[in-house]
Design a binder for this molecule. Sequence first.
Ligand SMILES: [Zn+2]
Length: 69
Amino acid sequence: MKKLEQYQCEVCGTIYNNRTAADLCEKNHKTVIGIVGTRHQPRGVNMKGYPLSIDVKMSDGTIITYKRG
Ligand SMILES: [Zn+2]
């Protein structure tokens, strides 16, 4: 019987057969530091009040805009 080892990326959950691939996967992910901006519409346009888009600062310093679908 052969014992098998697997490694799982703790960010996306993908399982790899070697540690290097899992490590590279984890290091490639950019994680969210926080919301740095929001865009809202007037009450007459958006009665629910949720933001139309948000600007998010990522772990590498990039600001990414996410828009509501
Ligand atoms: Zn991953």
